[in-house]
Design a protein around this ligand. Structure first.
Ligand code: AHG
Ligand code: MN
Ligand code: MN
Length: 337
């Protein structure tokens, strides 16, 4: 069978569901093209001069790597001129980025984490790009931060690229989740799975265990029970994986199941978790739900949260439905809900 390109897939989706207008298709293709450029830069590693620190900090006080900055620039430049966007926002920029006046404006807002898993860049472990697409509110010509603050349930598309042994793009437009593998010689993303499905049950969890002493009691209870294995209350042995690139951990879960957790902890009590709601948790939750999984902050469905700030942080529990339900139940019980 002849391979199906991303372009053909998008056009066929439009014929089938009528939900992908020309601008949204262009947006997805432009983001995919930017991901190809990022993949090429990452692939060059030390000989491309892309490793190491950029010597600057982002709005969240994190040291920026050269590839954080470069990936942000690649995504910005690719998306500014096409006429499909009203504005962009990124982990690496304090405020939303307006479309320059010399270009036409479109009806979509694009948010991204240009390079996820920065701590893995220099050690040649998988990293990724995450993106989320919202509609610009009606009548807003110059979108400001508050125009981005829409619950994740309003996303019209979301996806990620994982730059691993192969580069894979995973995409949802609200009708399931498809994956595409980059054919490096041809330079196209080719359909590799039409409908990714997360198994409801799992024996695998992903969490950074080194933070255990900072966790809340229901979090400790949940992991203690998994660690107790066959003879414990859960009656089965669990395995653990932690890549420290959310994209890679979530990709494993989409492929073979699992639960991914980055809970709130007591290290920085004013921050409800490490991951960012708008460009990490929301797009991943949309993808995971579309693949049959679940995603909560321990109490509520992540996609229903009303964002309060562009760089807001949130606790994340996502993946195989049965495990997300158990962990969420323990948190709700502890809160007396
Ligand atoms: P980013 O590189 O975009 O800042 O995100 C890193 C995130 C996420 O990808 C990963 O799951 C988590 O940080 C790892 O955190 P720890 O180093 O605390 O394990
Ligand atoms: Mn990230
Ligand atoms: Mn990042």
């Amino acid at each position: 069978m002849r391979p199906i390109s991303l372009t053909r897939y998008l056009i066929e989706q439009q014929r089938e569901h009528g939900h992908l207008n020309a601008d949204l298709r262009l947006l997805i293709e432009v983001v995919a093209r930017a991901c190809k450029a990022i993949s090429i830069a990452i692939g060059k590693g030390a000989i491309g001069g892309v490793l190491g620190s950029a010597g600057s900090e982002n709005v969240q006080g994190e040291v920026q790597k050269k590839l954080d900055v470069l990936s942000n620039e690649i995504l910005l430049e690719a998306n500014e001129w096409g006429g499909h966007l009203a504005a962009l926002a990124s982990e690496e920029m304090d405020h939303p980025h307006a479309i320059p006046n010399r270009y036409p404006k479109g009806e979509y807002l694009l948010l991204f984490d240009p390079l996820d898993g920065s701590s893995n860049i220099d050690v040649n472990i998988s990293v990724g790009t995450i993106f989320s697409v919202l509609r610009c509110p009606d009548g807003v010509a110059e979108p400001r931060e508050e125009d981005f603050l829409q619950p994740g349930a309003r996303q019209v598309a979301a996806g990620y690229a994982v730059y691993g042994p192969n580069t894979v793009l995973v995409l949802t437009t609200g009708h399931g989740v498809a994956s595409f593998t980059l054919d490096r010689e041809v330079g196209s993303f080719l359909l590799s799975e039409r409908q990714m499905k997360i198994p409801a049950a799992t024996r695998e969890f992903a969490i950074n265990m080194s933070n255990m002493r900072h966790w809340e009691p229901p979090m400790r209870r949940y992991i203690d029970e998994l660690l107790a294995g066959k003879t414990g209350p859960r009656g089965k042995d669990f395995n653990m994986r932690w890549v420290a690139s959310m994209v890679a951990d979530v990709h494993r879960i989409l492929t073979r199941g699992g639960i991914f957790i980055y809970p709130r902890d007591a290290r920085e009590p004013d921050k409800p978790g490490k991951l960012r709601l708008m460009y990490e948790a929301n797009p991943m939750s949309f993808i995971v739900e579309q693949a049959g999984g679940a995603a909560t902050n321990g109490h509520q469905r992540l996609l229903e949260l009303q964002p309060k700030a562009l760089h807001e942080r949130v606790a994340v529990f996502l993946g195989s439905r049965e495990e997300v339900e158990v962990a969420t139940r323990y948190h709700r019980e502890a809160a007396g809900a």
